[in-house]
Each structure stands twice: as C-alpha cells, then as structure tokens.
Design a protein around this ligand. Structure first.
Ligand code: URA
Length: 408
C-alpha cells in the first residue's frame, strides 16, 4: 500500500477501505506516515467527506490505538459529557464538579484548544501543577476518591486522537463531521463511561456552523454510541455568541469558579441544564428532581468544594491562577443596546493575543484573553467599555469595534 495512492483516492471522493485507513492512521502514529502526508489526507477528508462505513472503521482504529477502560468496578452509572467546542465554553469545569458532588462518577477525557475554540486541557493547565495526563491507575483512583477525573489523551488512552487532534488544530482540518465524530466518540468510548452527553455547539463560533450539519453530527454520534452499547444523548446549542463573559485559559477557569460560587447568567443556566440531564440519566430520575439536586449543591457550595478537591487531587495549586495585568479597554462608539457579539471574531482575537496555537509547537499564554464587560441585551452608552483585552505586551491593538459588537 502507498500513502500517496490513499490520499489521491480520497481526493477524488472514493471510499477508503478499513485496511487503507489503518495503513494511513496507524502509520502516522508509528511515525511512518509524515505530518505533510497526514495533513493532505485530513484535508481531503474535510473536502470529500466520509461514508458511514469509513467513519465506523476510523472510530474503531482510534479506539484500538490505546486501551479501553473498564470502570465496572466503580459504583453506579458513570456519565461523561463533551462539547464539540465553542468560544468561552468552560461548561465542563462547572458541570463536572456539580455532577460529581451529586454522587455520580464523571470519567472525562478532554482535548486541547481546536481551531479558535478553547480546550479543557489547556484551561486546566493554566493552574500550576495540574496534571492533565493521567495514567490509567491514577484516573481510576481519582474517580474512586473524588468522583471526577479529567485527563487528556495519553499514550495509553486514544493516542491516535492525541496526535491527529494536534495536527488538525494547525492545518485547518477541524471542521469535518467525520473527524469530529471520530475524535469525540473514540475518546468517550475509551474513557469507559456508561452514558455520554454531547453538547453540539452550532454557530459561527463553533466547528459546526449550520443546523443541518449539527443534525448530521448528532445522528452519527448517536449511532456510534449505540453500536458500542453506550447511551449517547446529543443536544444542539447556540454558539453565535461567546458563552459567558471570559475567553482565555485562566480567565475561563476563574469564571467557572465564579459560577460554582453563585454567579448567575446564561452560562449558569446552561450548566444547570446539562448537569441535570447527566444526573437524570445516571440516576434514572426525572429532570426536575435532578435539577433540585443540582441547585442544592450549588447553593451549599459543595460543587465549588468538589472543584477545589478535584484540582488538588490532580496536583493543581488553585492559588497560582493568574491573569495578565496588561489590559486594554475597548470602548463603544455608539449608544444603544447590545444586539449581538460575534463569537468567531472574539475567538480569533483571543487566539491572536496568545490564547491559542497557530503552529503545533506554539506555547499558549495562559494569562491572556478577553473579558466581555457588556453582554447581549445590555444597555450601552457612547464611551462605555465593551470588552477588556488581557495582553502580554503593551502594543496597542487596532481593531474595528463593529466587527465584535452589534449595537443599535
Ligand atoms: N472535541 C473533540 O474532542 N474533538 C473534536 O474534533 C472536536 C471537539
């Protein structure tokens, strides 16, 4: 077999066999297939798409690249949650501790930032000492002791997703339904949860921009879940506006903690909804009963304390969280009401400040990002601060405010 023939076959829109996919993807993991060849194949997949058979083959190859955890020795139904990624989406950091403090074990495999969307692993690494690469034993021990553990892909768990994910991030090959479905579902199945809840973000600030695409992704992921005997529930939620106020790694951890300590708003509402769904499927109780449990652990701060316990357990020093003290306030050039905030442009701006990667080797700056001082629906006067940039240098940023905020 020859990788160039495989790339060409996909380039002209033909279906690849499982053997060809194994040759290309396992070969890449082994270092036989080069970055430039895999990049070409990924781009051909993005453009030419994949059949259902190809997607199922690829999921199987990804899962088998590492081990599949057996969590049956842990009590109760284990539930995992995953987002397809959006701007300011720090929901996992809120939902994980809420659900775990309601007594449901949350085994979670997450990823780094992808495209302009941030990733849970990068966010957690903004906490000094936080270990995002857990061995199988450490993962299971944390689940037993804390009820919540978050790990990235490792050389044991979905190693193929680890390397392909990093390559997709910097080659413009993130927005592909087959590649997203494979990446997410292989991680979820390898992670060992019994039930999986997926928040499909749809809009200009997400990898998926249209409702028909979101519906197709939902159908494929639910079918993959069913095939592997995992109840998979996919919800579609809006990502045309950033989620919450903070975008950037440390800033998002701080906002997640604020929500766990009682901050209200759309981010909190979505976190309560997703947590309630997870608890409802795990405990087989009604959504309303699950919601009561969620509100209780938020109110009595046991969810917040669970977050602190989880951070400490994975070696993190929460007091190390830091945001840059170089700030620039962006002011409104008109009065009126905030009608929209462009998630994609905010995500691009945050990346350009250093919160995301352009090259594989890039180091993220955890302290930079954006705080939205005005949210959709807020009244704004001329000269009010709309958003604040947290930067790592004093260079003034030239931007057109109207690319970010629609006010009238
Ligand atoms: N999250 C993942 O883990 N993979 C993707 O491809 C997109 C979001």
């Amino acid at each position: 077999m020859n990788i160039v023939d495989i790339i060409n076959k996909k380039r002209v829109g033909e279906e690849l066999t499982k053997e060809e996919l194994e040759f290309a993807f396992n070969g890449y993991l082994e270092g036989i297939i080069k970055d430039y060849q895999m990049s070409a194949l990924l781009m051909a997949i993005c453009i030419e798409d994949m059949t259902k058979e190809e997607i199922f083959s690829l999921v199987d190859i990804f899962i088998k690249s590492g081990e599949v955890l057996d969590l049956s020795a842990l009590p109760g139904v284990k539930v995992d949650k995953h987002s397809t990624g959006g701007i300011g989406d720090k929901i996992t950091l809120i939902v994980g501790p809420i659900v775990a403090s309601c007594g449901v074990i949350v085994p979670k495999m997450s990823g780094r930032g992808l495209g302009y969307t941030g990733g849970t692993i990068d966010k957690l690494e903004s906490i000094k000492g936080f270990k995002t690469s857990l061995s199988t034993n450490e993962f299971i021990k944390s689940l037993k002791e804390v009820g919540l553990a978050i790990t990235g892909q490792t050389s044991n768990l979905c190693p193929l997703d680890k390397v392909i994910y990093a390559l997709r991030d910097v080659t413009g090959t993130t927005a592909s339904i087959p590649l997203i479905a494979t990446s997410i579902m292989s991680k979820k199945i390898a992670g060992g949860a019994d039930k999986i809840l997926i928040d499909i973000k749809c809009g200009n600030g997400a990898l998926i921009n249209t409702t028909p695409d979101a519906m197709r992704l939902k159908k494929i992921m639910e079918e993959i879940g069913e095939y592997y005997g995992k109840t998979t529930i996919c919800e579609i939620s809006d990502m045309n506006i950033p989620l919450g106020s903070n975008i950037g790694n440390s800033l998002e951890v701080i906002e997640a903690m604020d929500v766990l300590k009682g901050k209200q708003g759309k981010l909190t509402d979505l976190a309560i909804k997703i947590s309630s769904e997870m608890i409802s499927v795990a405990k087989d109780i009604s959504f309303d009963d699950a919601r009561c449990e969620v509100l209780k652990v938020l109110e009595n701060e046991s969810a917040y304390n669970k977050f602190l316990e989880f951070v400490k357990n994975q070696g993190g020093d929460i007091n190390s969280l830091k945001v840059s003290d170089i700030k620039e306030e962006i002011k409104s050039i008109r009065s009126g009401e905030v009608k929209a905030i462009n998630a994609l442009n905010i995500g691009k701006l945050s990346c350009s400040l250093g919160a995301g990667r352009i090259n594989k080797e890039d180091k993220i700056d955890y302290e930079v990002g954006i705080v939205l001082n005005k949210l959709v629906g807020d009244r704004v006067e001329y000269g009010d601060t709309l958003f604040t940039l947290y930067k790592n240098n004093n260079k003034e940023i030239t931007l057109n405010v109207e690319d970010y905020y629609e006010i009238n």
